[in-house]
Structure formats: C-alpha cells, structure tokens
Design a protein around this ligand. Structure first.
Ligand SMILES: [Zn+2]
Length: 137
C-alpha cells in the first residue's frame, strides 16, 4: 500500500522530517509516498507505539543533528534504532527483517498527521520472521 495524501496534505517526493525538539532534521526520498504503514507489537515497538513506513537505505539524508542521533540496539543487535538524544523521539531504524531499507516514524513527517492514515497494519513482531529462521541468532 502506498499513500500520497494524508488528510488532504500531500506527501512530497522529498519530504522533510524532524524529531520533536528540531535538533534532528531528515530529508526522506518518498517517490511512492508513504509505503506500507504499520505498527508492530515487538517488545520495543509496543512501548514506542509509532507508526512506521519504509524508505530506501539511500533515501534518508541527515540535514542536521547527526551528533544528537543516538543508536539503540537489543536482542540480536542487527537492527539499528535511532532516536534524538535531546527529546527522545524515535526517527528511523535500519530493519532486521529487511536490512536493505529503513523504517521511519511517520509522525516525524512535516505536516502529516499519522492518525489520519486510512489503514495501518499490525505486524506480528513477537514472532519475528528472523527469529523463526534463526532462533539461535
Ligand atoms: Zn529532538
């Protein structure tokens, strides 16, 4: 699923995103709009509650705040979860199940209200596909 408009606001091909305090500024390449928005019920996401969509690995440019971005890893330490060290807002992460793309926090997109997304899937993150394939990882 790919969404080009949310509540009458267009998703730009290059859309700016930021954390809450504004220290971290990202430019996202979203040629197909918001792709596959979802929530996940893994141990991290269920606490975070963010709606996540996908962007290519070379589709994120950090305009500001590289020094404020902090990395959090857990479990297999494959996925890389980035958040702003000042305001604590999760901005994006490199995925474990699909390392060739980032997930990003839809709520960080300038002007986009994530609660107006038409349909948000719930991923079965407790039973992560990588855990089923490589339980000893
Ligand atoms: Zn911040």
């Amino acid at each position: 699923m790919s969404i080009k408009q949310v509540g009458g606001v267009s998703v730009h091909q290059q859309h700016q995103a930021s954390c809450h305090c504004g220290a971290v500024q990202l430019l996202l390449e979203l040629p197909h709009g918001i792709v596959n928005p979802r929530r996940c019920d893994c141990s991290l996401c269920r606490r975070k509650g963010a709606i996540v969509a996908s962007v290519a690995l070379d589709g994120i440019r950090i305009l500001a705040g590289q020094a404020q971005l902090t990395l959090y890893q857990f479990n297999t330490h494959t996925a890389k979860h980035y958040f702003c060290s000042v305001c604590g807002i999760y901005t994006h992460h490199q995925r474990r199940s699909k390392p060739d793309e980032y997930g990003f926090n839809v709520a960080c997109l300038e002007g986009i209200n994530p609660y107006l997304l038409p349909e948000v899937a719930l991923l079965d993150g407790i039973n992560h596909p990588a855990d089923r394939l490589a339980p000893s990882d």
